[in-house]
Design a protein around this ligand. Structure first.
Ligand code: 5AD
Ligand code: SF4
Length: 449
């Protein structure tokens, strides 16, 4: 009998990337094969995002062009996973009859049964959320590589008024520290060099005994050649203990993604962000004192309900004060079921667009200036591959997550660390010359534990 072949496409955040790896493991264990070609598959899964309206529109568009595969000779089952599945549930099938399976983020263990139902001509729907499911015992399927995502907690309890995630991903719950550490040990043996610990609210991780600072410390001790990154942090849970843990562990990257969302206290309150700009700026300053050289990135929403020009100017002011290394910037998108959905979406589309453009232009100028300031400085780069534009150059990232391009050589290769001197910069990329390859002893010397 031919095995069932599954093709999976992932949208949205890195949590979804990690979830798709879980789904692949669950299906492989049931005898499925994976394929990278949708036309070869008889199961096509889209792991989806609902965070903004345009994310969902894109996925509807994609479902439209998958239709022709369904019409072909394979008896293709089409499944929608993730946040859109959770949000729209059976309505998704009503709206789009070619969808056979709808499975939300906490029901992936049952996906094989739902697929069986679909193969038997039914529709499979699994959208229960769980207070306990962490998939702690399932090792995600990962191809060999340098960089791995590990989801360490799921869900979100913050209820920012614009955000659909607490409804699509449910309440916060954390995996155990020991299983995460074991996963990193396996990755170390396979030659991975970078692990990103993931959670919607990663710094509120707690497994009953350990908090996120304990987890970061334990993760960093597994293999000092593995860089540890983490995302996303909420300003409310960025403790001093965590800042010291980042500072004390050389392989925990000096990079914090700390979304501010708006520069206006009034808007922050309407968003239920639970901090004021003064509190946020104090936090940034404290982090800079405890972790020398730390860099920050942020998320910004332009045009939240009732946002005035004055509120918008306050957001520009925060960008100028903090001088982030990077930012993800969005127009406000009303999401049904959220608290903000009940507020009038009263900032006209063109004003939202104009404000977003101003925010992007300012941030780009700041990113460019900050990168220019690095010219002449030394950085340690993990080599990730050849540059996209030319085989004669390697590409890698600094500790602070900046893409850096430098001449390739046989003396060093993918997975090595090199010390470089920055020679040039745009707003998005650094250029460098290599000074030396970092020896394995370097990582031993820097061991703190
Ligand atoms: N509209 C626009 N942006 C949003 N985000 C979350 N919800 C919305 C929304 N309704 C942004 C926030 C969050 C990032 C992941 O997406 O900035 O930090
Ligand atoms: Fe999108 Fe949020 Fe769901 Fe991630 S958790 S896929 S960002 S809606």
């Amino acid at each position: 009998m031919n095995k069932n072949k599954v093709y999976i496409e992932t949208y949205g955040c890195q949590m979804n990337v990690a979830d798709s790896e879980l789904v692949m493991r669950i299906l492989l264990d049931k005898g499925y094969e994976l394929t990278k070609k949708p036309e070869e598959a008889n199961v096509i899964l889209l792991n989806t995002c609902s965070v903004r309206e345009n994310a969902e529109q894109r996925i509807y568009g994609r479902l439209g062009n998958i239709k022709k595969l369904k019409a072909g000779e394979n008896n293709v089952v089409i499944g929608v996973l993730g946040c859109m599945a959770e949000r729209l549930r059976e309505n998704l099938i009503e709206k789009n009859r070619m969808v056979d399976v709808v499975v939300g983020p906490d029901e992936y263990r049952n996906l094989p049964q739902y697929l069986d139902e679909a193969f038997n001509g039914g529709k499979g729907i699994g959208v229960r959320l769980s207070r306990t499911e962490t998939y702690d015992d399932i090792i995600p399927y990962r191809e060999d590589g340098l960089s791995a995502w590990i989801s360490v907690m799921r869900g979100c309890d913050k209820f920012c008024t614009y955000c659909v995630v607490p409804y699509t991903r449910g309440r916060e719950r954390s995996r155990t520290l020991s299983s995460i550490v074991n996963e990193i040990k396996t990755l170390s043996q396979r030659g991975f060099r970078e692990v990103t610990l993931l959670g919607q609210n990663v710094n509120s991780y707690r497994d009953g005994e350990n908090d996120f600072a304990d987890l970061i410390t334990a993760a960093a001790q597994v293999d000092r050649k593995i860089r540890i990154r983490f995302t996303t942090s909420h300003p409310q849970d960025l403790s001093d203990k965590l800042l010291y843990a980042i500072a004390e562990n050389p392989n925990v990257c000096n990079y914090i993604h700390l979304p501010v969302q708006s520069g206006s206290d009034r808007i922050l309150q309407l968003m239920n962000r639970t901090y004021t700009i003064e509190h946020y700026l104090n936090l940034i300053q404290k982090a800079r004192e405890i972790i020398p050289g730390v860099s920050f990135s942020t998320d910004i929403i332009a045009g939240f309900p009732t946002e005035t020009d004055e509120d918008h100017k306050a957001t520009l002011e925060v960008l100028k004060t903090v001088r982030y290394d990077g930012a993800f910037m969005f127009k406000y998108s009303p999401r049904e079921g959220t608290k903000a959905y009940k507020m009038k979406d009263d900032v006209p589309e063109e004003v939202k667009g104009q404000r977003l453009r101003e925010i992007i232009d300012l941030q780009q100028k700041i990113s460019y200036e900050k990168n220019q300031e690095l010219i002449g400085k030394e950085e340690i780069i993990l080599i990730e591959g050849t540059s996209r534009k030319s085989d004669e150059y390697f590409s890698g990232r600094t500790d602070t997550n900046k893409v850096t391009i430098f001449p390739a050589s046989e003396k060093y290769g993918v997975g090595d660390y090199v010390r470089v001197k920055i020679t040039g910069a745009t707003s998005a990329t650094l250029f460098a010359d290599v000074l030396e390859k970092i020896s394995p002893e370097f990582f031993e010397v820097h061991k703190t534990a």
